[in-house]
Design a protein around this ligand. Structure first.
Ligand code: MEV
Length: 425
């Protein structure tokens, strides 16, 4: 009999009851269901409050990237990531940058954009003028929604309006600029956007559909830069190789996507460790990479007059240190304590520096010996573990796999068997 996924009222059940249903549906073993129930540092009751239909919690390794000096302040960087070599590469790059003072940063105010879409307007250009003319009234209505944010120096600060020509006809898009201070911002921005919608309908004589934050956060930018002496980076040839790697990314979107993926390896690790919304950060980063036309690398590498390597990066960074999951998840709270950042803007700037470091680590390896050497050692350990190697033999099995250049599960199992037989005889 086929089992149905139509589970009415599933959301009303306790996690334990849900696990029981999932167990029946997916033929889970007792061991698998008890693993689901052991949620580690995120208690099941907390997880159950965070999202819907919870049956467990998912853990990834949490590592610390070391050596970071940003604006002359020392930072330890917690990163939640499943990929080997990322934490090591960031730490190594941060050490290289330290030789000339580390990373320096700047940023805009933490302003997010809320969009209100009005359609069916007879005179869209005149309607745009009316929206701009009603700015004070609209901002007041928006700020009435969040007196706390306003009292902290944030709130709706400005607005703009544009006419776009969509497949369905012209639309007037009102854009509200909200300073979110230490919050990531969607709750504040979406509440304001929804609250001003009736006013926008009245002013434009149109019909409002969408009222939502934009993840292309061009008003919430962070920047970081560093200089790495050519001797530190490995000599003139390596500097040239890194600049060639950048030029490749600047000229080819296929390479730029991977270049930016490397940057996000570092950034997203920290974003997840602090329980921020990594989809928002990634969407913003990629959209920003493409917002001047073609898809471009988020960082730039060039040589200074001395032949040293100069790197810089600029991207939107919608992260917070208050509200939402950031303050609910026990590990995220500890990650923020380790980071010791005082504002969301400081966190954003740290993230820019981490992204630049990650990019430097990747490009230095790619322009030099390649990335596989370092990757393979860790990969071999993972394979050895997955094949059943116990911790006393895992390194030995991994070394053999690397030496034989056969980093495969079947070979790992053979080696474990051979070791077992040798041990018994
Ligand atoms: C791998 O996760 C990231 C890299 O591919 C980034 C890059 O190529 O610049 C190494």
């Amino acid at each position: 009999m086929t089992k149905s996924s139509m589970l009415t009222g599933f959301y009303r059940l306790s996690p334990k009851e849900r696990i029981k249903l999932v167990k029946e549906f997916a033929d889970l073993t007792d061991e698998e269901t008890s693993l689901l129930q052991s949620t580690g540092s995120l208690p099941m009751v907390t997880a159950d409050r965070m999202i819907e239909n919870v049956i467990g919690a998912f853990q990834v390794p949490l590592g610390i990237a070391v050596n970071f000096l940003i604006n002359k302040k020392n930072y330890l960087i917690p990163m939640a990531i499943e990929e080997p070599s990322v934490v090591a590469a960031a730490s190594y790059a941060a050490k290289m940058a330290r030789d000339s003072g580390g990373f320096f940063t700047s940023s805009t105010d933490p302003v997010m954009i809320g969009q209100i879409q009005a359609v069916g307007i007879k005179d869209p250009y005149a309607a745009r003028m009316r929206v701009l003319g009603a700015k004070e009234e609209i901002l007041k209505k928006a700020n009435d929604q969040d007196p706390l944010l306003v009292s902290l120096g944030g709130g709706a600060k400005d607005l703009d309006a544009k006419v776009i020509h969509a497949t369905t006809g012209p639309m007037v898009i009102t854009e509200l600029y909200v300073d979110c201070r230490d919050a990531m911002g969607p709750n504040a921005v979406n509440t304001m956007a929804e609250a001003i919608a009736p006013l926008v309908e009245q002013i434009t004589a149109g019909h409002v559909y969408l009222r939502i934050i934009s993840n292309l956060a061009t008003k919430r930018l962070v920047r970081a830069w560093c200089t790495v002496p050519k001797e530190t980076v490995g000599g003139e040839e390596v500097v040239n190789g890194i600049i060639q790697a950048y030029a490749f990314a600047a000229a080819d979107p296929y390479r730029a996507a991977t270049h930016n993926k490397g940057i996000l390896n570092g950034i997203i690790g920290v974003v997840i460790a602090t329980c921020n919304d990594h989809r928002a950060v990634e969407a913003g980063a990629h959209a920003y990479a493409a917002h001047c036309g073609g898809y471009r690398p988020l960082s730039i590498w060039e040589k200074n007059a001395n032949g040293d390597l100069m790197g810089s990066i600029e991207l939107p960074m919608a992260v917070g240190i208050i509200g939402g999951a950031v303050r609910t998840h026990p590990i995220a709270k500890i990650a923020l304590k380790i980071l010791n950042v005082k504002t969301a803007t400081e966190l954003g700037e740290v993230l820019a520096a981490v992204g630049l470091a990650q990019n430097l680590g990747a490009l230095r390896a790619l322009a030099n010996e390649g990335i596989q050497k370092g990757h393979m050692r860790l990969h071999a350990r993972n394979i050895a573990f997955a094949a059943g190697a116990t911790s006393d033999i895992v390194d030995m099995i991994a070394d053999k796999l690397v030496k034989e250049r056969k980093i495969r599960m079947d070979r790992a199992k053979e080696l474990i068997d051979e070791y077992g037989r040798a041990g018994k005889s």
